[in-house]
Design a protein around this ligand. Structure first.
Ligand code: CP
Length: 366
């Protein structure tokens, strides 16, 4: 007789529900807080998405609203991307971005062609990215590209007649990660989307990172600048001093962010409502660790009800002891990336009318 008691405890019942992930119950609050206005979503149809600079505040709020609607009801009866093909080209390692884009596209009913190694394409024979882009036009409806060079995505723009999404280009930008970051903040605090927050309701954000070397941080700060009316202050926390490109800080401050550079986290941590932490930048074929020995654990002096975001992958800077605390919003952030990408993809391929309550009479099917 087989001894059933030897079966691992987690194998003795159905898999655990995902309700343990913080933020999973929040999309409804966001739906209640934001008024539907689909014109802002229609304005994204057919766009390339390369930089966070391209978005305005209303587009982000409406994308978040649509993402919340998808997250609340993920099983679509009429998947809007049926018949559409995604070219998923990841020339640099990725867990979340590639799989969440592909999950998003599958959930919307589309098909995918995936390239995870440029050496399996004509690039290995010296083919130019412009020529590869010309070919992509024939094979798919949207391209998602990750590359360790800042220039690659720009090299393809001229030849592409289908939208391309920058899924991380070297140390430059990662605009859809920043969308996922803002979506996580909005789920935690839907009033973040208001323009008239009183001073005592504004949030303090602490970014542990390096704005001139981390693409996630560069894109996030650009999007945060659109919400500067809801932000009391942004601390940039880093033991180093060379943190901004020429004019980067001035531009963000000009857009309304109040930025203060701090070298020691413990000096400000108890004040911070949203802690955004990242320690690595992917450079060439490897990565650099840029935030010294700054580390968050469940023993850190975090403000009650504050949240932690991290684009992941994490290293020692984010201790797993935080995973089961109220501060863990990084798993919700990663999960939400699927839904915000579903929202964006629906818009780019002119299929927004198939998923909203108030379609307008306009030609959009191709
Ligand atoms: N957040 C992010 O870009 O993760 P991946 O590198 O796993 O895609």
């Amino acid at each position: 007789m087989i001894n059933k008691e030897k079966i691992h405890p987690l194998l003795q019942g159905p898999v655990q529900s995902r309700d343990g992930i913080r933020g999973i119950e929040r999309p409804r609050g966001l739906l209640d807080a934001l008024q539907e206005d689909n014109e802002h979503l229609r304005s994204l149809a057919g766009m390339h998405i390369v930089s966070a600079r391209q978005f305005d505040r209303n587009q982000i709020l409406q994308l978040s609203r649509l993402a919340a609607s998808y997250e609340t009801q993920p099983d679509l009866i009429h998947p809007p991307l049926r018949g559409k093909i995604l070219v998923s080209a990841f020339y640099e390692p990725s867990t979340r971005t590639r799989l969440s884009f592909e999950s998003a596209w599958h959930r919307l009913g589309g098909d995918i062609m995936s390239i995870t190694d440029p050496a399996t394409t004509g690039i290995a024979k010296g083919e130019s990215l412009a020529d590869v882009g010309e070919m992509f036009n024939n094979y798919g409806d949207v391209v998602v590209l990750r590359d360790n060079s800042e220039d690659s995505v720009y090299s393809m723009l001229d030849s592409l007649r289908i939208p391309i999404i920058n899924a991380g280009n070297g140390i430059d930008e990662h605009p859809t990660q920043a969308l996922a970051d803002i979506y996580a903040i909005l789920k935690w605090y839907p009033s973040f989307g208001r323009e008239d927050l009183p001073e005592d309701k504004k949030v303090i954000i602490g970014v542990i990172g390096t704005p001139n070397r981390m693409r996630t941080v560069r894109s996030l700060l650009l999007l945060l600048s659109l919400f500067s009316n809801s932000i009391k202050k942004v601390y940039i926390v880093n033991p180093s001093t060379d943190l901004f490109d020429a004019e980067q800080q001035e531009e963000l401050e000009g857009a309304g962010l109040k930025i203060e550079v701090i070298h020691k986290l413990r000096d400000v941590l108890p004040e911070i409502d949203v802690v955004y932490i990242n320690s690595i930048a992917w450079v060439g074929d490897s990565y650099e660790t840029l935030t010294g020995d700054i580390k968050l654990t469940s023993e850190s002096n975090l403000k009650p009800n504050s949240i932690i975001l991290h684009p992941l992958a994490r290293g020692e800077e984010l201790d797993p002891s935080l995973d089961k605390t109220e501060h863990n919003w990084y798993f919700s952030q990663a999960r939400g990336a699927v839904f915000i990408r579903m929202a964006l993809l629906t818009c780019l391929v002119h299929r927004i009318n198939l998923v909203v309550d108030s379609p307008v009479d306009q030609p959009e099917e191709q």
